[in-house]
Design a protein. Sequence first.
Length: 156
Amino acid sequence: MSTGRSGLLRISKWVGLTLCILLLVTWVGTYARGVFIRVYPNHVVVSDGGVRFLRYPIAPYRPAEVTWMEESLNNMHFLPHVVWSKQFLADGSQAGPDWWFDLPFWFLLLIFGFPTLVAWRRDRVKPGHCRSCDYDLTGNESGRCPECATPTEPAK
């Protein structure tokens, strides 16, 4: 049935549009204020137009926390970027994260925006076709689609 597929397409295009708008608002908002989230040993920083995921070495448990950042990162990469950085102190203990991964919001917007754009383009009604089932109504003068019986405008 093409009606079920069309319904799923309509739902996905609206969900995609909502997600893209939320990403765009978050992207712009990160330049004003950042957020720091810690669920040990992982950290997530949302700041300067991107998301940074950090992984610290295993250490004693600390409670999870979410805080506003007073200062921005100022070193968020423009492209998705992975940094492996094992830094050791003089006593042999590790300082800093094992690795971090920068994911800019423009990249997320591209990943979710392109399929949303395709869904919006595919859901357009072609001239001379039924709005419900996409049946070609060329020459139909009955006012109803012969495929799904949806009322249609007669051909002019």
